[in-house]
Write a protein that binds this ligand. Structure first.
Ligand code: UDX
Length: 459
């Protein structure tokens, strides 16, 4: 409690200091890594008025970005990138060394994928840190934006130390991202909070300067030590995973006892201690963060001799959820999937993204294939990404094509375009009139009255 109180007081002092200083300070910033996080961060910081160079070792990607081609689907991002490139405040380069040399602050936004043992693979982060060391020309702030294991700042410090002199030295800061794919641009400009973990007051002040437009909007800033900041990121995603696995278990319970999970979620969510967000049951959480960060948290626990039972249970329940969906489809098809044609609507791990990382669709489709089913899949934008992982299914160019000859329609992603359906088109195209809506996005009544077997999740 004491630490939190101090942090908030410190934060208020900073806010006041900013208010008395009307000058905006602009910095030269390097963002290393042009994935989801790096691109949104780089474009957002350029929009705040800073000069940003986004560097990536992938020359082909850099060329595309310089030609205005954004390699990912993220609403509002290409406009933001274009605007800031046009006014020369944002630049893409493969010359990582030069970007580092020019920068006052280097944000590390490279990937930290999960290794076999569940730990985060930090090799890309370490290689960036070594490069920063080799190009150290004055005082710089190294800021970790990638989700790095708790304690990473010590590793960074020991790696950078041999390069430091009395004039060339670094401050290390942790500034975790909480961007949600699909709404990342909006989240960048309207975050719930900005967390800054630092050991130096000067570095903290510079980070507050960088995010000044957010301070001015009264977004809460939480200043902590580095380990707490790193832990906040993992604890946030761990808690969200627990919340989702909890509601998915309650959904299964609801089905057994004849309750409606939506009403139950509403009923519990009205209690402000629980809150009404992140309580939609679904086919299992996916994406680049929740699955990865829960596994990393579990493995951190193991490393320090702590069994994180709740996190472990959340992961297991999420795996079970996908198998549960497959079992349900099997039940709807009289316990036999062999030679059945299954239409899958939605391959992305959620709507408004082309990201298929850890998407429930991967496991569910693989399990259906193992049992002899044929898959006809449609996703508005994620099919191309999925082709690399599931090459042997039929990809359809629109949602109607996927329905032709299907024994069942399974909706896995909550895309807006799936909510409007024409029951007579469905009747004409499908072999059997069965729908399994794992996101509960369809209106049940018109389907039932036109002879469909409709199955939602948790009701
Ligand atoms: C998440 C965190 O929300 C974000 O703060 C962090 O920075 C990165 O990880 P993201 O991976 O973009 O963001 O996805 P999110 O919107 O959190 O959804 C994660 C998964 O949970 C998706 O598969 C989604 O479909 C599922 N979900 C989410 C539900 O099933 N029900 C819900 O109520 C909410």
């Amino acid at each position: 409690m004491k630490n939190i109180a101090i942090s908030i007081i410190f934060c208020h002092l900073l806010v006041n200091a900013q208010e008395t200083n009307s000058d905006n300070k602009y910095y030269k910033i390097a963002v290393i890594g042009t994935g989801y996080v790096g691109l949104v961060l780089g474009a957002g910081l350029a929009e705040f008025g800073h000069y940003v160079e986004c560097a990536d070792i992938d020359q082909e990607k850099v060329n595309k970005l310089n030609d205005g081609i954004i390699p990912i689907f993220e609403p509002g991002l290409s406009e933001l990138v274009k605007k800031n490139c046009d006014n020369n405040s944002l630049l893409f380069t493969s010359d990582v060394d030069s970007a580092i040399q020019k920068a006052d602050i280097v944000f590390i936004a490279v990937g930290t994928p999960t290794k076999e043992d569940g730990k985060a693979d930090v090799s890309a982060v370490l290689s960036v840190v070594t490069r920063i060391g080799k190009n150290l020309n004055g005082h710089k702030i190294i800021c970790t934006k990638s989700t790095v294991p708790i304690g990473m700042s010590h590793t960074i410090q020991s790696l950078i130390q041999p390069f430091e002199t009395s004039t060339n030295f670094v401050d290390i800061v942790s500034n975790p991202e909480f961007l949600r794919e699909g709404t990342a641009v909006q989240d960048f400009f309207n975050p719930d909070r900005v967390v800054i973990g630092a050991n130096s007051e000067q570095a903290t002040k510079i980070l507050c300067d960088i995010y000044k437009p957010l301070l001015q909007k009264n977004i809460p800033f939480l200043i902590t030590d580095i380990a707490s900041s790193e832990t906040i990121k993992y604890a946030s995603n761990g808690f969200l995973a627990v919340k989702l696995s909890f509601i998915n278990e309650i959904a299964r319970l609801c089905e057994k006892v004849g309750a409606n999970c939506y009403d139950v979620a509403k009923g519990i969510g009205l209690d402000p201690r629980i809150g009404n967000l992140f309580l939609k049951p679904g086919p299992g959480y996916g994406g680049s963060c929740l699955p990865k960060d829960t596994k990393a948290l579990l493995s951190k626990g193991k490393e320090i001799g702590l069994e994180l039972k709740l996190i472990k249970a959340a992961i297991e329940a999420n795996d079970d959820q996908k198998s549960y969906i497959v079992e349900k489809i099997k039940t709807l098809l009289h316990n036999n999937l062999a030679e059945k044609t299954i239409a899958i609507w939605g391959l992305a791990f959620k709507a408004n993204t082309d990201d298929i990382r850890e998407s429930c669709a991967i496991t569910i489709v693989q399990q259906l294939l193992e049992q002899g089913a044929h898959i006809k899949a449609y996703d508005p934008i994620a099919s191309n990404n999925m082709r690399r992982i599931l090459p042997d299914i039929t990809y359809c160019s629109n949602k109607e094509d996927a329905l032709e000859g299907a024994d069942v329609l399974v909706i896995l992603t909550d895309w807006q375009e799936f909510t409007s359906i024409n029951t007579s088109t469905l009747s004409n195209l499908m072999k059997q009139k069965i729908i399994y809506d794992t996101r509960n996005i369809l209106c049940e009544l018109p389907l039932r009255t036109t002879g469909f077997t409709y199955c939602g999740l948790g009701k």
